[in-house]
Design a protein around this ligand. Structure first.
Ligand SMILES: NC(=O)c1ccc[n+]([C@@H]2O[C@H](COP(=O)([O-])OP(=O)(O)OC[C@H]3O[C@@H](n4cnc5c(N)ncnc54)[C@H](O)[C@@H]3O)[C@@H](O)[C@H]2O)c1
Length: 292
């Protein structure tokens, strides 16, 4: 039996949280978008408005659709209020185990026992995160991709205690959200991040060793292997900081040195060069486009 999902709460209004909230609101689900400060929650909402405005100017979104999506969205900075009616919670806060565990323990005490609690983690163990909640049968990974309104994949990850009912509900939800689901057993980096980060780290090592320029390493994959986007540009888009967190987790939790962090990656993050969001990464970004 599927659980009926009428209301959702997204935790964290950053790059992923805002996009996920847009996706659930577009599917007609009343959505509260929570962040720790008012300005962050409002910035998340403004980001969604910007996305919808671009859709309107390109003729892809009607003014009625824009209004309907915004009517389903409520920014929140009070956790209790954000969660009061949630049938589904999707967490999209930074990729840090301690932070996520703390949030899930809090959330679990504020929602109904039947509420599905999901994490958008890119790598962290679902089974480990589920230990923080009172009802781990209702806990799973719903891994969206960047930017959530446009990326068709939803990686549905089940932990040791995730119930079949929760999994079925997630698969029904993915149809409602217009996403193509893959079902993956909990293991570090799941199916997507494990492969994607491995390629990204190797590309950074190649750049570090002077094998080719960033643009040419990317072109090798784009033109030679039909990747829609090269691994370095994709790392810029995701955030070098976000990928560093994921790679650190994978390095600690998978055997061997496959996920050892390249020095260049650490240096860039230390210098605040996070990629597209800061304007500088492997490429220089102006108005959302890589210019060099
Ligand atoms: N960026 C990507 O391409 C991508 C893709 C898939 C999954 N993810 C995963 O999604 C998650 C979020 O990544 P992001 O790129 O959106 O990060 P981000 O840094 O853009 O956003 C994180 C947001 O969480 C907020 N936050 C921090 N502490 C919080 C708390 N206690 N409660 C609520 N909000 C809090 C921050 O203020 C920020 O707005 C991570 O787990 C990441 O691994 C990221």
């Amino acid at each position: 039996m599927n659980l009926k999902i009428n209301t959702a709460t997204v935790l964290g209004a950053g790059a992923m949280g805002a996009g996920i909230a847009q996706v659930t609101a577009q599917a007609g689900i009343s959505t509260r978008l929570f962040d720790i400060q008012e300005e962050y929650a409002l910035a998340g909402l403004a980001k969604i408005e910007g996305m919808l405005d671009r859709g309107v100017s390109r003729g892809k979104v009607s003014l009625e659709q824009r209004a309907a999506v915004l009517a389903k969205l409520q920014p929140c900075w009070d956790l209790e209020l954000a969660l009061e009616a949630a049938d589904l919670v999707i967490e999209a806060v930074p990729e840090r185990l301690d932070l996520k565990l703390e949030i899930f323990a809090q959330v679990s005490g504020l929602v109904k026992t039947e509420t599905i609690i999901a994490t958008n983690t890119s790598s962290i163990s679902i089974t480990k995160l589920a230990q923080a909640v009172q009802n781990p049968a209702r806990f799973l990974g719903l891994h969206f991709f960047n930017p959530p309104p446009f990326m068709p994949l939803l990686e549905v990850v089940y932990g040791q205690e995730t119930s079949q009912e929760t999994l079925d509900s997630a698969l029904a939800l993915s149809v409602r959200l217009g996403k193509e689901a893959i079902v993956v057993r909990d293991s570090p980096g799941f199916a997507s991040s494990r492969l994607g980060v491995a390629i990204g780290l190797e590309a950074i090592r190649m750049l570090e060793e002077g094998v080719a320029s960033a643009a040419d390493i990317d072109k090798a994959m784009e033109l030679g292997y039909r990747f829609p986007m090269g691994p370095l540009k994709l790392t810029d888009l995701i955030g070098i900081d976000v990928r560093l967190d994921i790679a650190t987790y994978l390095d600690a939790n998978l055997p061997g040195d496959r996920f050892q962090i390249p020095e260049l990656m650490r240096t860039m993050v230390a210098e605040g060069k996070f990629g597209k969001k800061t304007g500088q990464g492997f490429y220089t970004w102006v108005d959302g486009e890589a210019v060099s």
